[in-house]
Ligand binder design. Structure first.
Ligand SMILES: C[S@@+](CC[C@H](N)C(=O)[O-])C[C@H]1O[C@@H](n2cnc3c(N)ncnc32)[C@H](O)[C@@H]1O
Length: 254
């Protein structure tokens, strides 16, 4: 059996996993604090909210919060946690319910943008650009294809110990058949790849890209002031990034 990404994000195992996810990461705290003067008066759109990890932090710190996710399961979960908030079941590829120049800040956390193909990713970039007000900020992360862990088996991670790799191997081996089936849908190019990594026991196809291609894509959609960050929160050059690229960019009107 093969899985579509939306089916995986609607499955109860995955929903329970995100339900119990912890606090914000260092880089998220760093960026939200840095933009707090903007956020405090912002109409903020949080895309791909999952179990409401970012909702919990952001909704008290902005003027008006809207959270969206294309998984009805996640929307139900987060709506239950925050019954008074504006939480909607919407796909980032079609945000036509919102008019142009509506939001001061848009967040798409935890690589949520990586679960569509190239064409749809470009639709999402163009939708986000359309929805941002002039000088509005988009913050997101994406998988880094130029990192040395790209496309290595999860248990061959050079940055973790032998015992952790062994534990990972034993956990994943029962799902090897699923992986072999899902692998048939992979796609590799020099700029990006769509691969079946081990996340959620091989039940997702995930977009990975190079920092330089990401930069070019964002420029193509007219974003400016594009900045890349490490997980620690430090600013970084394109060639020194972690396995996840954290990015802020802006809708500047020249
Ligand atoms: C990796 S999870 C992250 C969840 C949450 N943002 C967090 O940080 O805990 C990605 C989320 O993005 C959502 N998602 C993926 N593609 C989407 C799309 N095209 N439109 C809306 N939501 C999407 C998934 O349903 C899932 O909730």
């Amino acid at each position: 059996m093969t899985y579509s990404n939306i089916d995986t994000y609607n499955s109860s195992i995955v929903i329970n996993w995100y339900d119990n996810l912890g606090d914000l990461t260092n880089i998220e705290k760093h960026i939200f604090e840095r933009y707090q003067p903007l956020i405090k008066n912002a109409k903020l759109l949080d895309i791909g909210i999952g179990g409401g990890r970012t909702t919990n932090y952001l909704h008290t710190r902005c003027l008006y919060y809207i959270g969206v996710d294309y998984s009805q399961g996640f929307v139900n979960l987060t709506k239950n946690k925050f019954p008074t908030l504006d939480i909607r079941c919407l796909d980032a590829r079609n945000l036509s319910v919102f008019s142009d120049n509506s939001f001061d800040f848009i967040n798409f956390s935890f690589n949520g943008i990586d679960y569509v193909n190239l064409k749809d990713r470009e639709i999402i970039f163009s939708e986000i650009y359309r929805l941002l007000k002039p000088n509005g900020i988009f913050f997101f992360s994406t998988h880094n294809m130029s990192h040395d862990t790209f496309n290595k088996r999860a248990w061959q991670n050079p940055n973790t110990s032998f015992f952790i790799n062994l534990k990972t191997f034993l956990k994943l081996i029962p799902f090897e058949f699923t992986h072999q089936l899902q692998k048939r849908k992979e796609l590799y190019t020099s700029d990006f790849a769509i691969i079946n990594d081990s996340a959620h026991n091989y039940k997702l196809l995930t977009f990975y890209t190079t920092p330089s291609f990401l930069y070019k894509q964002l420029m193509k959609f007219k974003f400016s002031n594009i900045q890349f960050f490490l997980k620690s929160g430090s600013h970084s050059r394109e060639d020194k990034l972690d396995d996840w690229i954290f990015c802020t960019c802006e809708k500047s009107i020249f």
